[in-house]
Write a protein that binds this ligand. Structure first.
Ligand code: 2BA
Length: 109
């Protein structure tokens, strides 16, 4: 069995959740925050049999869209008189980030 630790953008989470649950997959949805942008995203914990991993990855890929976002970062180097200035930076947020973990034991009581 595998645990798909899946981080998606909030905008994609409702459709993905609906798709997975309607196909019989069990999941847990967590409200999370990206370390870089410090804005909200959604993390799904999806426990699946080994032979279901590809099917779930297909649903994730189909529902996650890459988006470009402008954020503001503080320059690393100190610029006299401009210490508190920030500069714009474009980032492409991926459709999804997925960690596939082996599950040692799955217990439902
Ligand atoms: P955030 O950390 O808020 O990152 C959002 C996007 O900002 C990233 O998209 C990437 O394009 C950019 N980014 C992140 N760290 C960066 C850095 N140090 N320098 C330049 N650009 C940077 P994604 O890579 O698609 O990641 C989307 C979200 O997935 C992340 O939100 C984070 O919550 C999660 N994530 C991605 N990689 C991860 C990892 N290795 N471990 C844990 N969580 C991860």
């Amino acid at each position: 069995m595998k645990l798909l630790f899946t981080i998606v953008q909030d905008q994609d989470s409702i459709v993905l959740q609906e798709e997975l649950t309607s196909h019989g997959f069990r999941l847990t949805k967590l409200a999370s925050t990206g370390g870089f942008l410090r804005s909200g995203n959604t993390t799904f914990l999806i426990g699946v049999e080994d032979d279901e991993v590809e099917e779930v990855l297909d649903f994730i890929e189909k529902n996650g869209r890459q988006r470009e976002m402008t954020t503001r970062v503080t320059p690393g180097a100190f610029i006299p008189g401009e210490a508190f200035m920030t500069i714009p930076m474009e980032v492409i947020i991926g459709g999804a980030t997925v960690f596939v973990l082996d599950v040692e034991e799955y217990i439902r009581l």
